[in-house]
Ligand binder design. Structure first.
Ligand SMILES: [Zn+2]
Ligand SMILES: [Zn+2]
Length: 228
């Protein structure tokens, strides 16, 4: 298969007319203008992944068993559009504003944060020509506090794809989808940030969380860019 088929997969009229239109206001310039970016950062609220309400209004009991979780947008938002641009249309310039939004919305209190991108299926990386979550993770550590870094602590173990699978299939696949990289030691004192693009059923994040916690990552925080 050609390694770079992504540009022809999802043609978008907007890109043909205005390659650098802001995904928020459509003004020509950047993929996300400063005004729209600041607006997103100012207005965002952390959302509960289960009831999808702002966390301050959520009463979900199962959320209490989660590590601190940060999700500041819905998939239908401008952030969701930028994730789509990066993931399916190879718009690498979308990664920087996404990383900046993350670095300014996640509490700034974490020291020496170790960011673990949830690993993408190898076939998807080949087809898209990029690993979107890894790119966002790299950009994020460049913008968050000094001392943060990316770690490939999690590995992908199977080739099963989640797209189009039923919820029960997804949960089953997710249980065997990830493993700890045997070359990397887990430090119980370190804080780990598990990063993914979209929270759909949560099966992937919850499965990866369990593996990390069972392997000794005590201080864990979860972040996805958007909630489906
Ligand atoms: Zn704008
Ligand atoms: Zn809730």
């Amino acid at each position: 298969m050609s390694p770079n088929v992504n540009n022809t997969t999802f043609p978008n009229l907007l890109d043909l007319i205005a390659p650098y239109a802001c995904r928020g206001c459509q003004n020509v310039g950047k993929v996300l203008c400063e005004r729209c970016k600041n607006d997103i950062i100012t207005r965002c609220q952390n959302l509960c992944p289960f009831c999808k309400k702002p966390a301050t209004k959520c009463v979900c009991q199962n959320r209490l068993s989660l590590p601190p979780t940060f999700i500041f947008s819905r998939r239908s938002s401008t952030i969701g559009a930028l994730v789509y641009d990066l993931k399916y249309r190879s718009a690498r310039s979308a990664a920087k504003p996404l990383a900046e939004i993350l670095s300014r919305t996640i509490p700034s209190s974490y020291q020496n944060l170790i960011v673990i991108p949830l690993p993408t299926i190898a076939r998807h990386i080949r087809e898209r020509g990029l690993d979107h979550t890894a790119i966002i993770a790299r950009q994020f550590v460049g913008q968050y506090k000094q001392g943060s870094r990316v770690s490939r602590l999690l590995l992908r173990t199977n080739r099963a794809t989640q797209v189009g699978s039923s919820r029960s299939q997804r949960l089953k696949q997710a249980q065997t989808a990830y493993a700890i990289n045997p070359k990397i030691r887990i430090s119980p004192e370190s804080t780990y940030l598990l990063l993914d693009d979209i929270w759909t059923t949560g099966a992937s994040m919850l499965s990866a969380t369990k593996i990390l916690q069972d392997s000794g990552a005590k201080n864990l925080i979860l972040t996805t860019l958007a909630l489906s």
